[in-house]
Write a protein that binds this ligand. Structure first.
Ligand code: NAD
Ligand code: IPM
Ligand code: MN
Length: 370
């Protein structure tokens, strides 16, 4: 029997609520398959700072180091709560970026997926959503402005100034572009390369490397698109996209727009892959506006479980079952309130009820390999 150690970092805000539902899914998957999950919960984020004095405590680092994979809920505090923490100890800078750096999780896969059956959740018109949206955004996750040199001070004119450097070397660019090309090759063989080479030198180098790698993927058609134009195309014609590849900051912004065109960030899971370790997290934040109300959508968290099953443990069939179970809950006419806009004909259910229904659906599905 295979046993995997999984670090569970529930995080802040809605994190613990949606993680509870993800854990229900891990438990059922374990029950149904010849696999054991050792679930190791650890403190991470703003709450961890208040409890232990650090948002990424040493004990949590040790648990993550020893884990086969990590699943993480969102971290972060409301603007007011954040002010109570020194800037470098705030959970984004003090925990999340260090987690990404520690395991060099350079490739972030963010599916923007809305099958036709649930197209009514999208704020876009039906004729724009067409047969559904099925995009994977591939975001570079450990470089660029996020990790470049930073400096603040007072300049010679007595003005406060800030300097943040957008840095990439060719190796970093090459490895993320390979991920984009490989994924495009496995899917529809179209890769949208998102850049800003009309202004940024980083994009000029990026595009040079695209041109160097393209001959290794002769079946993949590369479509170049400026990032600002891509934002418009995502609204007006999202179905033209299949795989999109981009640097860190572009990916942060466009992936949240991805959540927007689906109808909620609650539909956005993700996988953050390094050469040796991967961690999985919703793309969204801790949603302080709805925390503690049992109304958050756990799809993003449960979808992150499905991505872990597939990408870390090779359990493709069971991962598909988890996705199908979630779609099945929508097909039965249920959803959490985030997706109810526009008078869509849905019965609203709570976070835990959604998780329970997913579990019920999954339980009823044939076990893979049986
Ligand atoms: P957010 O993503 O938390 O929320 C934006 C909007 O989306 C809110 O209206 C929220 O209610 C809604 N939303 C998000 N997830 C949802 C879900 N699962 N179900 C239903 N509705 C959902 O963005 P924000 O408010 O700008 O940020 C809050 C905090 O989260 C900040 O501290 C930010 O730094 C942090 N953050 C963390 C991560 C992460 O851990 N990876 C990602 C993004 C933001
Ligand atoms: C995300 C988040 C993070 C990012 C923040 C919280 C550091 O917005 O995962 O998209 O900007 O990468
Ligand atoms: Mn973001």
């Amino acid at each position: 029997m295979k046993t995997y150690k999984i670090a569970i970092l529930a995080g802040d805000g809605i994190g613990p609520e949606i993680m509870r539902e993800a854990i229900k899914v891990f438990k059922l998957v374990e029950e149904r398959n010849a696999v054991r999950f050792e679930l190791l919960e650890a403190a991470f984020g703003g709450q961890a700072y208040f409890e232990t004095g650090h948002p990424f405590p040493e004990e949590t680092k040790a648990i993550c180091d020893a884990a086969d994979a990590i699943i993480k809920g969102p971290i972060g505090l409301s603007h007011e709560e954040s002010q109570k923490i020194p800037v470098d100890m705030q959970p984004e800078r003090g925990a999340l970026l260090p987690l990404r750096a520690r395991f060099n999780t350079y490739a972030n896969f963010r599916p923007v997926y809305l099958p036709k059956a649930i197209a009514s959740f999208s704020p876009l018109k039906p004729e724009i959503v067409g047969e559904g949206i099925d995009i994977i955004m591939v975001r570079e996750l450990v470089g660029g402005l996020y990790f470049g040199h930073k400096e603040t001070g007072v300049n010679e004119q007595g003005q406060r100034y800030v300097k943040e450097v957008l840095e990439y070397d060719e190796g970093q660019i090459r490895q993320i572009l390979h991920e984009g090309f490989k994924l495009a090759n496995r899917r529809k063989k179209v890769l949208h390369n998102i850049h800003k080479s009309n202004v940024l030198k980083s994009s000029v180098l990026w595009n040079e490397i695209v041109a160097e790698l393209a001959p290794q993927y002769p079946d993949v058609k590369v479509v170049h698109m400026l990032v600002d134009a891509a934002a418009t195309h995502l609204c007006l014609n999202p179905t033209q996209f299949d795989v999109m590849v981009m640097e860190n900051m572009f990916g942060d912004i466009l992936s949240d727009q991805g959540g927007g065109i689906l109808g909620s960030l609650g539909l956005m899971p993700s996988a953050c892959m390094g050469a040796e370790k991967a961690y999985y997290e919703p793309s969204h934040g801790s949603a302080p506006d709805i925390a503690g109300k049992n109304i958050a959508n756990p799809y993003s968290m449960i979808g992150s479980v499905a991505m872990m099953l597939e990408m870390s443990f090779g359990m493709e069939e069971e991962a598909k079952n988890v996705w199908a179970a979630m779609q099945g809950v929508f097909a039965d006419g249920y959803s959490t309130p985030d997706l109810s806009r526009g008078g869509a004909d849905v019965q609203l259910i709570s976070t835990d009820a959604f998780g329970d229904k997913v579990v019920e659906k999954l339980r009823a599905m044939p076990v893979p390999g049986n």
